[in-house]
Design a protein around this ligand. Sequence first.
Ligand SMILES: Cc1cc2nc3c(=O)[nH]c(=O)nc-3n(C[C@H](O)[C@H](O)[C@H](O)COP(=O)(O)O)c2cc1C
Length: 305
Amino acid sequence: MNAPAPAHDARALRRALGNFATGVTVVTASSPDGERAGVTANSFNSVSLDPPLVLWSLDKRSASNAVFDQAGHFVVHVLAADQIELSNRFARAAADKFAGLTPETGRGGAPLLDGCAARFHCRLHQRLDGGDHWILLGLVEAFDDGGAAPLLYHQGMYAAALPRGRPEAAEPLPGWLGDNLLYLLTQALQAYQVSYRPRQLAAGLGGGEARLLLVLEQQPGLDACALQREAALPPGELELAEAELLRKGLLTRDADGYRLSAAGREQAATLWRVAQRQQQDMQAGLDAQDLAACKRALRALIRQT
Ligand SMILES: Cc1cc2nc3c(=O)[nH]c(=O)nc-3n(C[C@H](O)[C@H](O)[C@H](O)COP(=O)(O)O)c2cc1C
């Protein structure tokens, strides 16, 4: 690594903090007069088992403060891997984020969302001043443990958890485990991934920016809505990645949508080369027929889902 960067560069600091992978939660509450609020938050963390305490932080600029200021309870919903839509819904400011949903009501009137990996029903324990955020400490009064595979958030993108086997990528284990498809897929994926992101970062781009460039290289002229859908970046992250690419002169925007500039196309080509190099490195030493059969089998597996 180079010399440490100064912390006053908020954009770079935010990007570096994004290396800390988290889950994604939606925290809900209700005011005494029944106004509901829900906020997507990845700042959730466990604090103490005795007493059972958790925390999360809420941006002081968030419109939801009006409700959380008055709420004596809140519910933390740990999102499952298939709840990206829910995460996006509660990450956007809207007049009624619950429109079309029919949530049950929990402690203090807090709306309860279904299908989550876990839910923590909390009484507000303490509200601390944390710079531009309020830190809300909750005393867990009850919880639901759904156990579904979680939705993760890493480098500004949604991600999925892969169960890790042995730390070193040596020979696959013998026996039933070494013959298990999930074990083989996850081990192979980890071997593939570990050096890939750093190579992308070395090309000067964060994950979200890289994804926008690659999508627009394939489909120029997308509008903001289509770009959000195709790039599958969380609200806020899309705007950040877009601003960074516009600032670097890699992207242009006009009435016909977004396009890559000449420099942007060159960057996208660099990213494809990084992807190609990664693939070549991973394929080196594999028999061409084995590889073709492996890709056929993977396509068939994907079709089954
Ligand atoms: C993955 C992800 C994590 C987020 N984490 C937080 C967080 O921890 N705290 C926060 O205040 N906002 C966080 N946000 C942004 C809020 O969800 C968003 O600003 C808020 O819902 C805006 O709505 P409001 O102004 O109506 O409250 C996050 C957004 C995303 C996509």
